[in-house]
Ligand binder design. Structure first.
Ligand code: HEC
Ligand code: HEC
Ligand code: HEC
Ligand code: HEC
Ligand code: HEC
Ligand code: HEC
Ligand code: HEC
Ligand code: HEC
Length: 424
C-alpha cells in the first residue's frame, strides 16, 4: 500500500521536476541521473550557480594551491634564474646530498604545475608520464632558494605522495585528477548529481551535496583533517594522503596520523606538539577546543562572501579572534603581568616550520612554559619568542612565573561598605 503511494508520488514529482526544468534549463531525467554513480565535475561547473561562493573561494589560497604556469607565467612567484638558484644552493654547503652545480633545475617551459605561493613554492615536472616534484624550492619570506630531496626526488611521484591534498578528484589507478587546487568538491563531495539537477529542485539539490555545517561537528572537521594532517593512507600502499576518503565519511577508516610516540621525531616535538606544517588537525585534537567542539570553522572561513581573507583566513585578525568567545579570562598568572593582549603570542607560539623555522603557529592552544624547555631542551617555549633579547635565564623566568602563579585567585567576597564621613 505504502509502496504504491510512493510510486504514485514519484510519478507525479519526477515529470514535474522535468517540466520545471524546461523553463530555460535542459530537462533532466532524474531517475537516470541517480542511476549513474556520482562523479567530480570541477569548480567551474559550480560557478554557474554559485558565483559569489566561487569569487570568494578565488580569494583564498585553496584555489591557488596547484597552478599551471604554461597558461599563466605569473603564477611563478620567484625570479627563475639558474645562476642565482645555484648560488643560493651553494651556500647550503654540507647540507646538500648532491653538489650545487649538479642539482636538477627545470626550465620554465618544462614546469607542469607550481605548488604553493604563500610560504614556499615547489615545481612539478613530468618524466616518463609520471609527475615529480623538482628538487628545488623557493622560500618566499626570505627570498632564497633551497634544496628539496635533491637525491631522491625521482623516487617520489607527486600524485602518490602529495596529490590528494593539493588537487581534487585524484585517481591513483588512472594516474589522473579532475582539478588542480583544493576545489569546491574537496569539501563538498562529488557534485555531478547536484549540478545536473534543475535549479528549481531545491530539495533534491540540498540532498545531493555535502554542506559541512549540516554535519555533526566531529564529522565536519574531518574534512579539514583529511588534508591539514600528516600520516599514511590505510587503503593504498605508500600513499601519504587519505585515499578513498570523501566529505561526510569517517576519516579514521582511510588515514592514520603520525605521532612522536609512534616514532616520528621529524615532524613532532617530544610533547606531541607539531614541528612541521600541515598538521593543524593533529595539534587541535590535543586541545581543549577539540573537547569543547570549537573547530577549524569556528575560527577560520573558507569562503566568506564579500570579505577578503586575512593571511590565515581567520574570522578576525590576530588575537581579536579569541575575544569573540573569551570575553573574560582570569587576571592572575601570566595574564596579570602582561599588559598587552597578544593571546596568539603565548597560546599559539610560532614553533612550526613550513619554509623557514618558526613561520607557522601551534594549534594546541596551550602555553609552553620555560619549565617545558628545562625538562626537554628540544621543546621550545612560548615565552622566548619575546624574552630572548636580554639572554633571559630560563630558570629565573620560570621562578618569576611560579611566584606569579601562586598569587591566589580573587575570591568572590562582597566588599563591605565603608560608612560615609563628611569632610570637616
Ligand atoms: C544548476 C545550478 C547549480 C549548480 C551547477 C550547483 N549548484 Fe549548488 N545549489 C544550487 C541550488 C538551487 C541550491 C539550493 C539552494 C537552497 O538551498 O536554497 C544549491 C545548494 C548548494 C549547497 C547547500 C546545500 C545545503 O544543504 O545547504 C552547497 C554546499 C552547494 N550547492 C554546493 C555546490 C557545489 C560544490 C557545486 C559544484 C559541484 C554546485 N553546488 C553546483 C544550484 C546549483
Ligand atoms: C576548504 C573547504 C571548502 C571549499 C574548498 C569550499 N567550501 Fe563551500 N563550504 C565549506 C564549509 C565548511 C561550509 C559551511 C560553513 C560556511 O558556510 O562557511 C560551506 C558552505 C557552502 C555553501 C552553503 C551556503 C553557505 O554559504 O553556507 C555553499 C553554497 C558552498 N559552500 C559552495 C561552495 C562552492 C561553490 C565552492 C567552490 C567555489 C566551495 N563552496 C568551496 C567548505 C568549503
Ligand atoms: C583537499 C585538501 C584540503 C582540504 C579538504 C582543506 N584544506 Fe585548507 N589548505 C589545503 C592546502 C593544500 C592549503 C595551502 C594552499 C596554498 O598555500 O596555496 C590550505 C590552506 C588553508 C588555509 C590558509 C593557510 C595559510 O597559510 O594562510 C586555511 C586557514 C585552511 N586551509 C583551512 C581549512 C579549513 C578550515 C578546512 C576545512 C573546512 C580546509 N582547510 C580543508 C588543503 C586542504
Ligand atoms: C596530508 C595532506 C598533505 C600532503 C600529503 C602534502 N601536503 Fe603540502 N600542504 C598541505 C596543507 C594542508 C598545506 C597548507 C597548510 C600548512 O602548510 O600548514 C600544505 C602546504 C604546502 C606548501 C606551501 C604552500 C604555500 O602557499 O606556501 C607546499 C609547497 C607543499 N605543501 C608541498 C607539498 C609537497 C611537494 C608534498 C608531497 C611531497 C606535500 N606538500 C604533501 C597538505 C599536504
Ligand atoms: C581557536 C581558533 C582557531 C581554531 C579552532 C583553529 N585555528 Fe587555525 N589559526 C588560528 C589563528 C589565530 C591563526 C594565526 C593567525 C595569525 O596569522 O595571527 C591560525 C592559523 C592557521 C593556519 C595558517 C598557518 C599558521 O599556522 O600560521 C592554518 C593552515 C590553520 N590555521 C588551519 C587550521 C585548521 C585546519 C584548524 C582545525 C583543525 C584550525 N586552524 C583551527 C585560529 C584557529
Ligand atoms: C568559538 C569560540 C572560541 C574561540 C574563537 C576561541 N576559544 Fe578558546 N575556548 C573556547 C571554549 C568553549 C573553551 C573551553 C571552555 C573554557 O575553558 O573556557 C576554550 C578554552 C580555551 C583555553 C583553555 C585551555 C585549557 O586547557 O584549559 C585556552 C588557553 C583558549 N581557549 C585559548 C584561546 C585562544 C588563544 C583563542 C584565539 C586564538 C581562542 N581560545 C579562541 C572557545 C573559543
Ligand atoms: C608577545 C611577547 C611576550 C611573550 C610571548 C611573553 N612575554 Fe613576558 N613580557 C613581555 C613584555 C613586553 C613584558 C614587559 C611588561 C609588559 O609591558 O607587559 C613582559 C614581562 C614579563 C615578566 C615581568 C618581569 C620582567 O621580566 O620584566 C615576566 C615574569 C614575564 N614576562 C614572564 C613571561 C613568561 C613566563 C612567558 C611565557 C609563558 C612570557 N612572559 C611570554 C613580552 C612577552
Ligand atoms: C604571557 C603569556 C600569555 C598571554 C599573552 C595570554 N595567556 Fe592565556 N594563559 C597563559 C598561561 C601560561 C596559562 C595557563 C594555562 C596554559 O598553560 O595554557 C593561560 C591560561 C589561559 C586560559 C585558561 C584559564 C582561564 O583563565 O580560563 C584561557 C582561556 C586563556 N589563557 C586565554 C587567553 C586569552 C584570550 C589571551 C589574550 C587576551 C591570553 N590568554 C593571553 C599565558 C598567556
Amino acid at each position: 500500500m505504502r509502496a504504491k503511494t510512493l510510486a504514485a508520488a514519484i510519478s507525479v514529482v519526477f515529470p514535474a521536476l522535468m517540466l520545471m526544468a524546461c523553463g530555460g534549463e535542459q530537462a533532466v531525467d532524474v531517475k537516470k541521473l541517480m542511476a549513474s554513480p556520482k562523479s567530480y565535475v570541477g569548480s567551474d561547473t559550480c560557478k554557474m550557480c554559485h558565483l559569489e561562493h566561487f569569487d570568494s573561494w578565488m580569494m583564498t589560497l585553496h584555489s591557488r594551491m596547484t597552478q599551471d604556469p604554461q597558461k599563466n607565467r605569473d603564477v611563478i612567484i620567484a625570479d627563475f634564474d639558474e645562476k642565482r638558484i645555484r648560488e643560493d644552493l651553494a651556500k647550503l654547503g654540507d647540507k646538500l646530498k648532491v653538489p650545487a652545480d649538479q642539482i636538477f633545475i627545470p626550465k620554465i617551459e618544462d614546469i607542469k604545475y607550481t605548488i604553493g605561493s604563500q610560504w614556499k613554492q615547489r615545481y612539478i615536472i613530468e618524466k616518463g608520464g609520471v609527475l615529480y616534484i623538482a628538487p628545488i624550492q623557493y622560500n618566499a619570506d626570505t627570498d632564497r632558494w633551497v634544496n628539496y630531496n635533491e637525491a631522491t626526488w625521482e623516487k617520489n611521484p607527486w600524485l602518490l605522495k602529495c596529490g590528494g591534498c593539493h588537487a581534487t578528484g585524484v585517481d591513483l589507478d588512472k594516474q589522473k585528477f579532475v582539478e588542480p587546487a583544493v576545489g569546491c568538491e574537496a569539501c563538498h563531495g562529488k557534485g555531478s548529481w547536484h549540478a545536473a539537477l534543475p535549479k528549481t529542485a531545491v530539495f533534491e539539490k540540498r540532498q545531493t551535496i555535502v554542506n559541512p555545517s549540516k554535519l555533526t561537528s566531529g564529522v565536519a572537521v574531518e574534512i579539514c583533517g583529511s588534508c591539514h594532517n600528516r600520516g599514511k593512507a590505510t587503503k593504498f600502499k605508500d600513499a601519504e594522503w587519505a585515499v578513498g576518503y570523501e566529505p561526510g565519511k569517517s576519516l579514521e577508516i582511510f588515514f592514520k596520523s603520525t605521532s612522536f610516540a609512534g616514532g616520528d621525531a621529524t615532524h613532532l616535538y617530544g610533547n606531541e606538539f607539531s614541528k612541521a606544517h600541515h598538521q593543524q588537525y593533529i595539534d587541535w585534537k590535543q586541545s581543549k577546543h577539540f573537547k569543547e567542539g570549537v573547530n577549524c570553522i569556528s575560527c577560520h572561513y573558507v569562503h566568506q562572501i564579500g570579505v577578503p581573507p586575512t593571511r590565515s583566513q581567520t574570522q578576525a585578525a590576530g588575537s581579536k579572534q579569541c575575544f569573540a568567545c573569551h570575553v573574560q579570562i582570569n587576571q592572575n598568572m601570566a595574564h596579570s603581568i602582561h599588559s598587552f593582549a597578544n593571546c596568539v603570542g603565548c597560546h599559539m607560539p610560532r614553533i612550526v616550520t613550513s619554509a623557514e623555522s618558526g613561520d607557522l603557529h601551534s594549534h594546541v592552544f596551550a602555553t609552553l612554559l620555560p619549565s617545558d624547555t628545562l625538562k626537554n631542551k628540544a621543546i621550545p617555549n612560548s615565552c622566548q619568542t619575546c624574552h630572548k633579547h636580554k639572554n633571559e635565564d630560563l630558570n629565573e623566568l620560570q621562578a618569576d612565573w611560579d611566584a606569579l602563579a601562586k598569587i591566589p585567585k580573587p575570591v568572590g567576597k562582597p566588599i563591605e561598605s565603608i560608612p560615609y564621613k563628611r569632610a570637616k
